[in-house]
Design a protein around this ligand. Structure first.
Ligand code: SF4
Length: 391
């Protein structure tokens, strides 16, 4: 099957022109009738550092503004921006704070387009294999859904593109269920269950060791296509990954009986090889923090796919505080774990378990230090770690 994906290089920061070209080349509005209600699904995420730019983390506000302009020129005036971002009460992270931080509140007022927090529902239950998942009804009932992800690597899924971006449409509890069950399969199944009419991948920046942080690289590309898998295939190659190495894409392709080969994708516009920028996906923040603060004797890996963002964001802050306060210390032989990471080494003098999942998974370890909670609170983690091993 041959379908078209547009790959466009933005020249001189001309976002509107580049986006328009990408949509025209991909035939993205061909099936969109004037007057249709359109839902725009950006990638809305933030972490605790509000003074840092949102480059490479969220769908840029300029891109969203340009999309709104093009849709209005096409005769579509009933537009809604909708996403469900990371929730972390201690860090005051939620969809609203992410919208504000990324400039979406100002955009909403200026262009008169409502912002919706999908975390607030209402939801409909969609069965994906044996897992009932609560999906925002706004999405399941959308007349025309435009998925607008960002070109990112991801420390759990290798890449975060169109299919992965759909995780923002499900309820917070369902997100946790996906991590407990099988994250990669859940993402692929969700992607198969949701009808996306157009995917526009913003590659203003490519994010290395994402999905958040400041390791962003200017790339100035747009990828657009009516087929979400094909956009993700092109996006993977732009980041330097064969999509066959990306588990959720492999599962999606298998479920859909599709190929992941680039030979089956007609790329119109630029050449991938001329624009690709290989970026690393695996996070090293635990090792980086240990090196920065000269910490020894601690075994700690970044959150794997069993750890959801509710825990992950708070853990980063708590562990940062802990290492900073204990700079230069040798802890001998302790481990810090999160999600379903398991420590079987009985010689470890302490296994500090951050969150309910880690506590359950390591419950039989003789030297367990439990810090429960789902997610575990930042203050609770920090205080307990200090009481166990702090100075
Ligand atoms: S304990 Fe943490 S990782 Fe486990 S489900 Fe709760 S928030 Fe997610």
């Amino acid at each position: 099957m041959i379908l078209a994906v547009a790959l466009v290089k933005r020249q001189d920061d001309q976002t509107l022109e580049a986006l328009q070209k990408a949509i025209e080349l991909s035939g993205g509005f061909e099936d969109l009738k004037s007057g249709t209600k359109v839902i725009l699904k950006p990638n809305m995420v933030m972490r605790g550092f509000r003074n840092q730019p949102s480059h490479g983390m969220v769908t840029p506000v300029e891109t969203m503004a340009s999309m709104i302009t093009l849709l209005r020129e096409h005769g579509c005036n009933d537009l809604t921006i909708a996403d469900g971002g990371v929730i972390h009460p201690d860090l005051k992270l939620n969809t609203s704070t992410a919208y504000r931080w990324a400039g979406y509140n100002e955009l909403s007022e200026r262009m008169n387009v409502p912002l919706v927090d999908l975390n607030e529902g209402p939801f409909v239950t969609v069965e994906i294999e044996s897992l009932p998942v609560k999906v925002a009804r706004l999405i399941t009932e959308a007349e025309f859904l435009i998925d607008m992800p960002v070109l990112k690597t991801h420390n759990q899924t290798k890449v975060s593109l169109g299919i992965k971006n759909l995780k923002g449409i499900i309820a917070y509890e369902s997100k946790k269920d996906c991590h407990r069950q099988d994250l990669m399969r859940s993402i692929a199944l969700l992607g198969r269950a949701i009808k996306v009419d157009l995917t526009v991948l913003d590659g203003t920046y490519g994010m290395q060791k994402g999905p958040t942080g400041q390791d962003y690289h200017k790339m100035d590309v747009f990828v657009a296509g009516k087929d979400i898998l094909e956009v993700d295939i092109v996006g993977s190659h732009l980041l330097g990954y064969d999509p066959a190495e990306v588990e959720h894409l492999s599962i999606y392709a298998e479920l859909a009986d599709r190929s992941l080969s680039l030979e089956n994708v007609e790329v119109i516009g630029e050449k991938i090889n001329n624009l690709a920028k290989p970026l690393e996906w695996y996070a090293t923040w635990t090792k980086d923090l240990m090196a920065l603060h000269k910490i020894k004797g601690v075994s700690i890996e970044p959150p794997d796919s069993t750890c959801c963002s509710g825990c992950g964001f708070g853990i980063f802050v708590a562990v940062s505080n802990f290492f900073q306060a204990n700079a230069g210390k040798d802890f001998g032989n302790i481990a810090i774990v999160m999600g379903r990471q398991k420590i079987s080494d009985q010689d470890v003098s302490k296994v500090i378990c951050l969150g309910k999942c880690a506590c359950e998974t390591n419950s039989s370890h003789p030297n367990i230090v439990k810090i429960p909670g789902c997610p575990a609170g930042v203050k609770q983690m920090t205080e307990r770690m200090f009481s166990v091993n702090g100075e």
